[in-house]
Design a protein around this ligand. Sequence first.
Ligand SMILES: CCCCCCCCCCCCCC(=O)SCCNC(=O)CCNC(=O)[C@H](O)C(C)(C)COP(=O)(O)OP(=O)(O)OC[C@H]1O[C@@H](n2cnc3c(N)ncnc32)[C@H](O)[C@@H]1OP(=O)(O)O
Length: 161
Amino acid sequence: MSASNRVSDTANPSVDLSGEEGWNEFDAPSLVGDSLRFVSGEPDGNRFRTRYYRDAEQHLHARIWFGPETEGPPGHAHGGSIAAVMDEALGLAAWAAGYPIVVGNLNVSFRAMLPIKKVVTLESQVVSVEGRKVMIHGKLFCDEETVYAEGQCLCITIPGR
Ligand SMILES: CCCCCCCCCCCCCC(=O)SCCNC(=O)CCNC(=O)[C@H](O)C(C)(C)COP(=O)(O)OP(=O)(O)OC[C@H]1O[C@@H](n2cnc3c(N)ncnc32)[C@H](O)[C@@H]1OP(=O)(O)O
């Protein structure tokens, strides 16, 4: 990487994470404290910037900026960065729906390369609850034609929460 690229990568761009009409901002830290620091801990940083919302049906959505420090393949997000976002957001979706969980199993399908320095949308849905097993599905996309990743997340409720 050239020195000039490095300079532009460390600049602090302003990023628009605003939601859609009908979405209400969701105060995730008030629910789960510091547990979101790994992905969401640096709101002005160059890795991820995230903002969570819920719609009228209480489904969790997010606007997520994949910054230059998420890079894997040149110009595109590292698969692990996408998996980390899925882990946090789909786990949080279960918590937001009232299930205190940890993630037991997470499958991520990488459908298209995700350009860095781009804001994408995550949507999620609780698809089933059987005993302690809560299944959440989600996808990362920028429009109907462009889905970057899909996730299926099996969450297991933890006792005493
Ligand atoms: C402490 C929390 C603080 C706040 C956190 C805020 C989070 C914020 C948002 C989150 C962001 C971050 C999110 C994160 O990063 S969470 C961090 C990453 N996840 C972990 O570290 C979890 C590690 N694993 C465990 O702790 C245990 O294995 C758990 C608790 C998951 C289950 O062990 P436990 O001994 O308790 O239960 P059990 O073994 O009797 O199983 C019970 C049932 O579940 C089924 N099963 C279990 N595992 C799997 C599996 N892998 N695939 C398929 N099925 C599985 C099992 O068959 C059984 O089903 P059934 O036989 O009844 O039908």
